[in-house]
Design a binder for this molecule. Structure first.
Ligand SMILES: [Zn+2]
Length: 195
């Protein structure tokens, strides 16, 4: 999913000052040449990392198609890469999501599922909430028979600091409707997702 480049916005002085303070706190000299433009760049980068705050991801699901040609099997978008940031450390969360739903009478363009994911990922998050928000949004807007969302991600706050365990992925899932209630539907979707 290409990210729309942000226009070069002005970063207010108080925001740049905050980033200078952080650079100093980290042990560097914010006045050295290599760091002079960093506060403005970081300010702009954070606006972009968090541009999900400016949208309601549900809007991507407002245009649906009712003519599905008698297709009443599950729709799955697998291994969608995404970036987010954890709300505890503002450290990167890098992972992939698989999103499935069992349509009743309407479907959406498949890329819209990824847009919903990015709309919630581009905020400060915890992985469990991200997983639930994506699933609930699809469930509420499409009213399908079921939704399944599985997210597998690595957390910068775990791989780069603290216990420092690179390569460890965290898996979260949210199942709703038929995928929650019906064991064979659940087995089918999980095996198609590769779990
Ligand atoms: Zn964290």
């Amino acid at each position: 999913m290409p990210n729309t480049p942000q226009p070069k916005i002005d970063v207010p002085d108080h925001v740049q000052d905050a980033i200078r303070t952080l650079l100093e706190w980290a042990g560097d000299d914010p006045n050295r040449e290599g760091l002079l433009d960093t506060p403005a760049r970081v300010g702009r980068a954070w606006k972009e990392y968090c541009n999900g705050y400016h949208e309601d991801p549900g809007v991507h699901l407002s245009r649906t198609f009712e003519e599905v040609g008698g297709y009443h099997e599950l729709v799955l978008l697998k291994d969608i890469p995404f970036h987010s940031h954890c709300e505890h450390h503002m450290a990167p969360i890098i992972g992939k999501a698989s999103i499935a739903y069992m349509p009743t009478d309407r479907v959406v363009g498949i890329s819209k599922l990824a847009r919903v994911l990015h709309g919630y990922a581009r905020r400060l998050q915890v992985q469990e909430r991200l997983t639930a928000e994506v699933a609930n949004c699809i469930y509420d807007h499409l009213k399908p028979e079921g939704v399944a969302v599985v997210i597998e991600a690595q957390h910068g706050c775990m791989t780069g600091r603290g216990v420092r365990t690179p390569g460890v992925g965290m898996v979260t899932s949210k199942l709703l409707g038929c995928f929650l209630d019906d064991q064979s539907s659940r087995k089918e979707v999980m095996s198609l997702m590769g779990y």
